[in-house]
Design a protein around this ligand. Structure first.
Ligand SMILES: *Cc1c(COP(=O)(O)O)cnc(C)c1O
Length: 346
C-alpha cells in the first residue's frame, strides 16, 4: 500500500500517484476528502482510509467505493446497514499497542468473530499499527508476533483466506521484513527517506526543495539581522535574502540552530530568525552571487546535501513533519528521475 496522505507527504499527490498507479495493491489516505482527490489518479486500485470515518461520512464511503478501517463492533454494524446487495468491504483494525484506533487486542477475537458473521460486511483485511518500530525492537518484535498469532486464531473463526493482513509502516518493513504479512503500508520509504538512519543507503530521496536568492547585500560589522536582532554581524559580511519562510513550511524553529542552505554547492549559514516569507543567509564566501540564483533548502546540490532528517533534527521534529509542512505556496515540479540521476553523476 502506497501511503499518499497529506498531499503525498508534501510531494504532490498527482505526480506521486501517477508514478505509482498499477504498481501498488492499494493507496492509503487519511480521510474521505483525501480519498476523493486520490480517486482521480487511482485507476482501479482501491483506496484505503487509514483514519477513522465520521458517522456522517460512512454512507459516502460506501457509495464511492472506498475501503474503511473499522475500529469497533458498532462501527461494523453501521457499515453493514449501508450495504445494498453487494457486501461492504472493510478492514478490521486491532489495537496491539498504538492506542489510537481499533478493537483492543484482548477483545479482538470475540468482536471479530461477530463481525465475520455479520450480513452486509466482508472483512477484506485485518490490520494494526506499530508505535515504536523505529526505536524499540523488543516491543515491536513481540507486538508483531502477538498480531500474527491473533490473525491465525481469526482464520479459525471465519476470517476469509484472502483477507489482507497488514501492520508494518516503513520502519516496520525495513527492519522486520520477515513479519510483514501480505501487505505493508509504505509512507516515508516511498519518498526515499529511511525512518532509521542505518537504512538510508538503500534509498534515494525523491524531493529537492529549492528557492531563489532575492537580494544580495553588503553589511558592515555590528548590523542586526532579522527579528529580535538575535544575530549581529561580527565583521563585514555579504548576506543574501532568500524567498522562503515559515509560511512555506521552513520551520521557524530553525532560527539560531546552525541550519544552512546550499548555493553553488556550498553551505551558507542561516542568520538570525526565520521570518514568514524570507530568510537571510551568509554568502560572504560567494562574492559574485546575484539575485535569481538557486538555493537548495533540502536535498542535494553538487557534493553537498541537506537530508530531511537533518533539518528535522535541528528543528526538533521528524522528517514526516518537515515534508507535510511544505506549504501550498511552494510549487511542486515533477521531474524525470532517470534524467536527474544522469545529471547528478556528471
Ligand atoms: C501514515 C501511516 C503509515 C505510513 O507510515 P510511514 O512511517 O510513513 O511509513 C502507515 N500506517 C498508518 C496507519 C499510517 O497512518
Amino acid at each position: 500500500m502506497a501511503v499518499v496522505k497529506a498531499n503525498a507527504y508534501g510531494h504532490g499527490l498527482a505526480p506521486v500517484m501517477d508514478a505509482l498507479a498499477g504498481r501498488v495493491k492499494m493507496f492509503g489516505v487519511a480521510n474521505l476528502a483525501e480519498a476523493r482527490e486520490a480517486a482521480h489518479h487511482a485507476g482501479k486500485t482501491p483506496i484505503f482510509l487509514l483514519g477513522a470515518a465520521l458517522p456522517s461520512e460512512r454512507a459516502h464511503i460506501v457509495d464511492e467505493g472506498f475501503v474503511p478501517a473499522v475500529s469497533s463492533f458498532e462501527e461494523a454494524v453501521a457499515f453493514s446497514k449501508l450495504s445494498t446487495g453487494a457486501k461492504v468491504r472493510v478492514h478490521f483494525v486491532v489495537d496491539t499497542g498504538m492506542g489510537r484506533m481499533g478493537v483492543c487486542e484482548s477483545d479482538a477475537l470475540a468482536v471479530a468473530e461477530r463481525v465475520f458473521a455479520m450480513p452486509g460486511i466482508e472483512v477484506a483485511g485485518v490490520c494494526s499499527h506499530l508505535p515504536v518500530a523505529d526505536d524499540d525492537d523488543v516491543f515491536t518484535r513481540a507486538q508483531l508476533t502477538r498480531f500474527h498469532t491473533l490473525v491465525t486464531a481469526m482464520r479459525e473463526r471465519g476470517l476469509p483466506a484472502d483477507a489482507l493482513i497488514h501492520i508494518e509502516n516503513s520502519a516496520g518493513f525495513i527492519a522486520f521484513p520477515e513479519q510483514a504479512g501480505a501487505l505493508v503500508r509504505a509512507g516515508l520509504a516511498i519518498y526515499g527517506v529511511a525512518p532509521r538512519a542505518e537504512f538510508q543507503s538503500k534509498l534515494r530521496p525523491a524531493l529537492t526543495w529549492k528557492t531563489r536568492v532575492l537580494l544580495v547585500r553588503d553589511f558592515i560589522a555590528g548590523r542586526g539581522v532579522s527579528y529580535g536582532r538575535t544575530f549581529t554581524t561580527p565583521a563585514p559580511m555579504r548576506i543574501a535574502t532568500l524567498a522562503v519562510g515559515y509560511a512555506d513550511g521552513y520551520p521557524r524553529q530553525l532560527s539560531g540552530r546552525g541550519a544552512s542552505v546550499l548555493i553553488r554547492g556550498q553551505r551558507c549559514a542561516v542568520l538570525g530568525r526565520v521570518t514568514m516569507d524570507q530568510i537571510m543567509v551568509d554568502v560572504t564566501a560567494l562574492p559574485d552571487i546575484a539575485p535569481g540564483e538557486e538555493a537548495v533548502l533540502l536535498g542535494k546540490q553538487g557534493d553537498e546535501k541537506i537530508p530531511a532528517t537533518d533539518l528535522a533534527e535541528r528543528a526538533g521534529t521528524i522528517a514526516w513533519d518537515i515534508f507535510t509542512g511544505i506549504g501550498t505556496r511552494v510549487a511542486r515540479v515533477p521531474f524525470d528521475s532517470a534524467v536527474s540521476s544522469a545529471q547528478d553523476s556528471q
